[in-house]
Design a protein around this ligand. Structure first.
Ligand SMILES: Cc1cc2nc3c(=O)[nH]c(=O)nc-3n(C[C@H](O)[C@H](O)[C@H](O)COP(=O)(O)O)c2cc1C
Length: 151
C-alpha cells in the first residue's frame, strides 16, 4: 500500500528548547500511535518537517499541526506517494538545521518557496544517511547558520 510523504516548512513562533522538547514529545507520542515516522529540522527561523505514513493519518496530523500556534506561515512543499519510508525507525527524528541547508538570509528571502522538490528531499536524504544526534539543549543552531545550498 502506498504511503503518503509530506514535507512542509513553517516559521517558529516562540522558539526555544523548552518549546521544541514539548513539540517533539507530543509528536513522538502521537506518531507512534498513528504509525507516522519522519524528521523535524529546527532552527529559530525554520521548521522543516517530513511526515510519512498512512494517508489518512498523515493528513490528520497535518490538520492538527496547521492550527498549532507554535508556528506560522505553514506551506506544504511536497505531498505525494512513496513505497518506502525514509525514517523507518523514527517517530520523529530531530535535526538542527545544518550549514548545508539554507542560510537565514535565504530563508528570510523566501528561498524555500522557490526551491525544487528534489533539493528539499535531498535535505532529508542526507539526514537519513547520518547518525542521529542526541536531542539536547546544547544543540546550537547559531553555529550552523550560513550556507550555499539553494537553487
Ligand atoms: C513544528 C511542529 C511539529 C509538530 N509535529 C507533530 C507531529 O509530527 N505529529 C503530531 O501528532 N503532532 C505534531 N505537532 C503537534 C500538533 O501541532 C498538535 O499540537 C498535536 O498533534 C495535538 O495532539 P493532541 O490532540 O494529542 O493534543 C507539531 C507541532 C509543531 C509546532
Amino acid at each position: 500500500m502506498p504511503l503518503k510523504q509530506l514535507v512542509y516548512a513553517s516559521r517558529p513562533f516562540g522558539f526555544d528548547d523548552l518549546a521544541l522538547r514539548g513539540i517533539l514529545a507530543l509528536a513522538r507520542r502521537n506518531n507512534e500511535r498513528d504509525g507516522i515516522t519522519g524528521a523535524l529540522v529546527c532552527r529559530e527561523d525554520l521548521y522543516l518537517q517530513l511526515l510519512e505514513g498512512r494517508h489518512d493519518r498523515v493528513e490528520a496530523a497535518l490538520k492538527r499541526i496547521a492550527v498549532d500556534d507554535r508556528h506560522t506561515d505553514l506551506k506544504v512543499l511536497i505531498s505525494g506517494d512513496v513505497t518506502e519510508r525514509l525514517f523507518p525507525g523514527w517517530a520523529m527524528r530531530h535535526d538542527p538545521a545544518r550549514s548545508w541547508m539554507w542560510s537565514r538570509a535565504e530563508i528570510a528571502a523566501g528561498s524555500l518557496d522557490r526551491c525544487s522538490r528534489a533539493s528539499v528531499l535531498d535535505v532529508f536524504h542526507r539526514i537519513a544517511a547520518e547518525p542521529a544526534e542526541a536531542d539536547s539543549a546544547a544543540d546550537d543552531p547559531n553555529e550552523k547558520a550560513g550556507c550555499p545550498h539553494s537553487d
